[in-house]
Design a protein around this ligand. Structure first.
Ligand SMILES: [Fe+2]
Length: 237
């Protein structure tokens, strides 16, 4: 949880796949945005009620089942606007209720809290990260000391390489990462810590990254993921 600029990010770990569901609270307006509602909508509603939050928005990082299986149930309980990138809606192909489709760089306002959408393809074609204040919600793009798979339908390791380069080098080092799954020894981390210890951020050559992501990592490394020093990424071969 963090409250640096008039908002709080509440974290729920829900379901059998260690998903993180986030509830962003804008203090000035009392509005709330649920990121990737899934698994236990009742837990999200209970948290919102306890905090006096009115859920007005739903933000999707991507369309995989474990991140969206609570959307329709949540919409039954609140009149929320559903946000996702147009590229992901096209990839998904689902018939959505009142979707607001975005492009990378768009800014949406949750009361007095501006939230910027970043288009971060690689895990899926329209994966998004959400940047607000000093925080970055990363879905299945960037995990703590890991990154999302690229071998599922719509995955692309070349795009992931460029996405991670962009996140690692173009955002402030102090940015706090909030991932889509609890796959690490830590539940949050700074971008600086990830630059130092996330093996997926240690590659300079595209081909080496693609080999590691597609053919090496999952056979040699288990969660919970911890830091890996540069130069030691494939030590356990
Ligand atoms: Fe996913």
């Amino acid at each position: 949880m963090s409250a640096p600029t008039g908002f709080t990010i509440h974290t729920l770990e829900l379901g059998p796949m260690e998903n993180f569901v986030y509830l962003i609270q804008d203090h000035a307006s009392g509005r709330g945005a649920v990121v990737d509602p899934a698994w236990e909508v009742g837990a999200v509603l209970d948290l919102a009620h306890a905090q006096g939050i009115t859920i007005t928005d739903i933000l999707l990082t991507h369309s995989h089942h474990d991140h969206v299986n609570g959307v329709s149930e949540l919409l039954d309980h609140c009149d929320a606007e559903l946000h996702l990138l147009k590229a992901e809606a096209t990839f998904w192909g689902a018939e959505l209720t009142r979707p607001t489709l975005h492009h990378g760089g768009d800014v949406l306002d949750l009361g007095s809290t501006p939230i910027t959408l970043l288009h971060t393809p690689g895990h899926t074609p329209g994966s998004a990260c959400y940047s607000l204040g000093n925080d970055l919600i990363t879905g299945d793009t960037l995990f703590i000391y890991g990154c999302g798979r690229c071998d599922l339908r719509g995955g692309d390791p070349e795009q992931m390489f460029h996405t991670l380069k962009h996140l690692a080098h173009d955002l402030p080092a102090g940015k706090i990462i909030h991932p889509g799954h609890n796959y690490s020894v830590d539940t949050v981390s700074t971008l600086a810590e990830q630059r130092a210890g996330n093996p997926f951020l240690h590659f300079h050559k595209l081909d080496d990254f693609v080999f590691y992501r597609m053919h090496y990592h999952d056979q040699h490394r288990d969660s919970p993921y911890g830091p890996v020093l540069p130069g030691h990424v494939m030590d356990d071969a």
